[in-house]
Ligand binder design. Structure first.
Ligand SMILES: Nc1ncnc2c1ncn2[C@@H]1O[C@H](COP(=O)(O)OP(=O)(O)OP(=O)(O)O)[C@@H](O)[C@H]1O
Length: 309
């Protein structure tokens, strides 16, 4: 009989419980606790060195935690991988060089406990036309597509992608994410680390922000933007712009003047705009909008840096 606790454990695709991994003095992952659930598409964001790759390596069993536990489908990462439940596309993974694309994809399919047909895998990754090319003759973007094919060689329940679209051109990226959406729509969990915040905004239904190995924010892209608090204000001014006066406006977090256009960020847009009118200037084309995910990410991580320094 399955107990309630066992049901809860299997409903958690990935579980990190107080996980720490250090390299010498550097705590790459620092007391990380999180749970991913079936069918979620999750973006893992963070500045360089935040611990994203280490987190993915821990959940793939490529590295071991110093303390805490990592579980995948309620088992160890290794057991989940051996069972064919996890497909991964890593940043650093070297590809076998002296084989053709088709040979490599066939090998990956043959090794997968729940394999797909190699021809289908290559078609999905958009590499059928380079099937006979040697792997060491591929461009950077083509090699990424081959890595993607290897990650989807079988019917895995969890797909882990470390900066998957680096080096891909715009149409390759669009095709890649369309395919990933299909995978997610079929109930798979997709976890991807990226520096392209617009991808996270467009694709992910949950965003994790890591900073110095710790989870700084966890929510939908809209929630992360709201957490950053600030708003963007833009307007045009006529004549000579008094930047010193603008810089004295209350609640500013950033100012940019370009020609006659002023763009500012404020943690209290109403008060800032009120004070702007108080300066005796008359802004035209005034717009107030929330932050994009990229600006929200910068605001959140910079605020954390300021707190720690
Ligand atoms: N094998 C290692 N030996 C020593 N330090 C390491 C090792 N791997 C990672 N680190 C350090 O651990 C921290 C986290 O690195 P990690 O690669 O996980 O970050 P990341 O968020 O993936 O960074 P990036 O966005 O630059 O890829 C960094 O300070 C890094 O220098």
């Amino acid at each position: 009989m399955t107990t309630t606790a066992e049901t809860a454990a299997t409903a958690t695709v990935v579980g990190f419980d107080q996980v720490t991994k250090a390299y010498g003095d550097v705590r790459a992952v620092d007391g990380l606790t999180l749970a991913l659930h079936p069918g979620e598409t999750v973006a893992l964001l963070g500045p360089n060195g935040a611990g994203k790759s280490t987190t993915l390596d821990l959940l793939l069993g490529l590295k071991h935690a110093d303390s805490g536990t990592v579980s995948v489908f309620g088992t160890s990462p290794r057991e989940a991988i051996v069972a064919g439940r996890v497909g991964a596309m890593l940043q650093s993974g070297g590809l076998m060089e002296e084989v053709t694309v088709a040979e490599l994809v066939r090998l990956a399919c043959d090794l997968h406990p729940r394999r797909y047909k190699a021809a289908d895998v290559m078609a999905r990754a958009g590499i059928s036309q380079i099937a006979d090319r040697k792997v060491n003759k591929l461009s950077g973007g083509q090699a990424q597509r081959v890595r993607f094919a290897l990650a989807t060689a079988g019917d895995s329940d969890l797909i882990v992608l470390d900066e998957p679209t680096t080096g891909m051109d715009v149409s390759a990226r669009q095709a890649f994410w369309a395919t990933m959406r299909e995978q997610a729509d079929q109930g798979r969990t997709v976890l991807f680390a990226t520096h392209y915040l617009e991808e996270a905004d467009a694709i992910a239904d949950r965003v994790l922000v890591l900073h110095r190995g710790r989870l700084l924010a966890d929510g939908t892209a809209a929630e992360i933007k709201a957490k950053a608090g600030a708003r963007r204000i833009s307007f045009d001014l006529e004549g000579v712009i008094d930047e010193t006066a603008l810089n004295g406006l209350p609640f500013l977090t950033a100012v940019d003047v370009s020609g006659q256009t002023v763009r500012i960020q404020s943690s209290d847009a109403d008060a800032t705009v009120h004070a702007l009118y108080g300066l005796g200037v008359y802004p035209r084309n005034l717009e107030v909008a929330g932050l994009g995910l990229e600006q929200a990410f910068v605001a959140i991580t910079e605020a954390e840096e300021a707190k720690q320094s």
